[in-house]
Design a protein around this ligand. Sequence first.
Ligand SMILES: O=C(O)[C@H](O)[C@@H](O)[C@H](O)[C@H](O)COP(=O)(O)O
Length: 223
Amino acid sequence: MNLVDYPDRELMMIALADQIASQLRRALERAERVTLCVPGGTTPAPVFELLSELELDWGRVNVLLNDERWVDETSPRSNTALLRRHLLKGRAAAATLVPLYLPAPRPEDRMAEISEAVQEVLPLTVVLLGMGEDMHTASLFPGADRLEEALANDAPPVLAMRAAAAGEPRITLSAPVLREAMHCHLLITGAQKRTALERAGTLPEIEAPVRTVLSHATIHWAP
Ligand SMILES: O=C(O)[C@H](O)[C@@H](O)[C@H](O)[C@H](O)COP(=O)(O)O
């Protein structure tokens, strides 16, 4: 595992935002557009805040989530709303959001449109991922209804996903899309997630889905 330990969270967030920005800048020297893919959840807001102020040709950057809860933006559970609050502002307001949620009762109702839009911005240039203590990443939850399909090499890029631990239905990028990113970062904090990460290294992907990116990712950890 390529694991970087930081003495504290603040330092980690600064180092990570700098790395992501320089990877995007380098990719923009060779490509007209690049894609940054980011998690929701409670951990990444400080990285988003820092990134939103960094110098970058944001007008050529597509931004999409790793996964979204099937709720509209007025919900406190909306990852899209989190992105709008913390990332898509300041300099980064010029970036283009590729939505993973469109109004409809179920993710399946809008899957064709969402998948088509996601396909257009692949491969991911930089993916930042989070991890739950149950070793899920994106919405690849242990025990989720379509986990096996989402982990397969021939998985569709985007899938609807339901799991007891997930709350509402989810929509998620699949494992091959995450693994094929040019640069992959996994951001984790605290002792419990560190223990879960170490455990994930010993388990099959179906029990510890985060394992699917462990050999590709730079893992950033702070207490
Ligand atoms: O929508 C989500 O919940 C995320 O994209 C998810 O995969 C997240 O990264 C982990 O659950 C960690 O979440 P925390 O940072 O809140 O622990």
